[in-house]
Design a protein around this ligand. Structure first.
Ligand code: 5RP
Length: 222
């Protein structure tokens, strides 16, 4: 199976899970990226079941609307039963690195509101220790150099994602060379650096369920 076929399989499994576990008329939180895009397509095939969605990026909002799904502002939503999103890396504790697509801040916000976070990934994303994938850190542009110096003190090698601006008007530093033994601790430490909006560690709020696509089928943890 190709990686895209794996992503498609796990996206369909997630859409089936959501249809089986959420009442008709629910709002669904939707992530960002190529796996999330396959999920949007699968979700839209059953769109009559749902009131609409909450999007974690402008790209996701546009794809949902192109399918004719209503997209709600998170500020108008008090209950979000489920959030489905991909990951760049996921470990056995369902801690993740996210933000390869640059949507980490909105993803973290929607995930914080959702009762259940379902991570959908192909098996290449599963790791023993997080950190081989460069950790994305969203920074306020005027603080970029300061934040980069502080990240170097933590042992990382920050690289500006060139030509990229987040949906929030900020920049991304991709931090190479970290071996993350304590994901929660590092998430908190990086969040304390003045000028950091969010970092791509999802450990304080990990996934609740992982659906992992393998050539032998979709495996569930959590
Ligand atoms: C975007 C993300 C994505 O979930 C992550 O980059 C995985 O993307 P893909 O499904 O394309 O491999 O965090 O900000």
């Amino acid at each position: 199976m190709t990686q895209d076929e794996l992503k498609q399989a796990v996206a369909q499994a997630a859409a089936d899970h959501v249809a089986a576990h959420t009442p008709e008329g629910s709002l669904i939180g939707v992530g960002t990226g190529s796996t999330a895009n396959f999920f949007i397509d699968a979700l839209a095939r059953q769109k009559h079941r749902y009131r609409g969605a909450v999007a974690s990026s402008e790209a996701t909002r546009q794809r949902l609307e192109a399918h004719g799904m209503a997209v709600f502002d998170l500020n108008d939503v008090s209950d979000l039963p489920v959030y489905i999103d991909g990951a760049d890396e996921v470990d056995a504790g369902l801690n993740m690195i996210k933000g390869g697509g640059g949507a980490l801040t909105r993803e973290k916000i929607v995930a914080a509101v959702a009762r259940t976070f379902i991570c959908i990934a192909d098996a290449s994303k599963q790791v023993t220790t997080l950190g081989r994938f460069p950790l994305p850190v969203e920074v306020v542009p005027m603080a970029r150099a300061h934040v980069a110096r502080e990240l170097e003190k933590l042992g990382g090698r920050p690289v500006l994602r060139s030509g990229f601006m987040t949906d929030n008007g900020n920049q991304i530093l991709d931090v190479h060379g970290l071996s993350i033994a304590d994901p929660k601790g590092l998430e908190a430490t990086i969040n304390q650096i003045v000028g950091v909006l969010t970092n791509g560690l999802f450990a304080m709020r990990p996934a609740d369920i992982l659906l992992l696509a393998t050539p032998d089928g979709v495996r569930r943890s959590g």
